[in-house]
Design a protein. Structure first.
Length: 267
């Protein structure tokens, strides 16, 4: 009876989802968005949530792992190990995320394997993953506005729910779940991302903004009252923090990570 009750969970109503979307839209911190997301998905029966966003996508590579924004209800050590080993790169699920937009059942990979459409490496990755995976779930690949951007999310159901049961109720809840997940992704894409290489102080952000505006060193000196040597020191530290060689690269990377030209209460 417990399994039937969970499988029939309808989650928040459409009106409640609209209220939630408005609260997400008004959020100014990634932590707030994450809390709203996880809390909203729980009544739909999703107990685990994994999210990743990169703006350094190149082919199948997500770029520098230090620049990737990752959130998960799993332990940080487990998530870190999954990405640092690069195991995900060999999975059919990751290939699907790169090639598609929308949602797919975790049962898809088993059907693809049965049809002979997985490579040997994907089959091996599937076997390794299934040895650890004990849940049914849904993967979501988000539409992006840039060719180097990619965001994805994995939603895992309670351990007692089968993939068949989740797939059967997915059509009823999918529109509401996807609306919530899409809004969370859009907010994460908009807000400053607290990744390891994003440790810029207020002065460094200010100077990068002046560089982005095309100001010369002399212009910045007049605007800030700093000496040229002090400006150069701040910019050098900003480049070091971002892991780049030139101030132009620092501006580009800071813009990718939403670290400059943001509202003061969102920084």
């Amino acid at each position: 009876m417990a399994e039937q009750h969970k499988s029939d969970s309808d989650g928040p109503s459409a009106a409640e989802v609209l209220d939630l979307l408005n609260r997400m839209a008004e959020a100014t911190e990634t932590e707030t968005v994450w809390t709203l997301l996880v809390d909203a998905l729980a009544p739909f029966g999703f107990e685990r949530v994994n999210y990743g966003l990169t703006r350094g996508l190149s082919g199948a590579s997500i770029g520098d792992p230090h620049d990737v924004y990752i959130r998960s209800t799993h332990s940080p050590d487990r998530v870190r190990a999954h990405h640092e080993t690069g195991h995900y790169l060999r999975t059919a699920e990751y290939r699907w995320v790169l090639e598609n937009v929308g949602a797919v059942s975790w049962g898809w990979v088993a059907r693809e394997r049965a049809a002979g459409r997985l490579s040997d490496s994907e089959c091996a990755a599937m076997d390794a993953l299934q040895a650890r995976r004990r849940r049914a779930g849904i993967s979501i690949s988000f539409a992006e506005g840039g060719r180097r951007y990619k965001g994805a999310m994995g939603l895992a159901a309670h351990t007692h729910e089968s993939q068949e049961a989740l797939d059967a109720r997915w059509p009823e809840i999918s529109a509401r779940v996807l609306a919530i997940c899409n809004m969370a992704h859009l907010k994460f894409s908009q807000l400053p991302l607290p990744v390891r290489s994003a440790c810029l102080n207020q002065r460094q952000r200010e100077l990068l903004e002046w560089v982005a505006d095309g100001k010369t060193m002399q212009d910045i000196q007049v605007l800030t009252g700093l000496s040229v040597s002090a400006i150069e020191k701040h910019l050098r530290k900003a480049r070091d923090a971002l892991g780049v060689e030139t101030s132009a690269q620092a501006v580009a990377k800071a813009a990718f990570l939403n670290l400059i030209f943001v509202a003061s209460d969102a920084s």
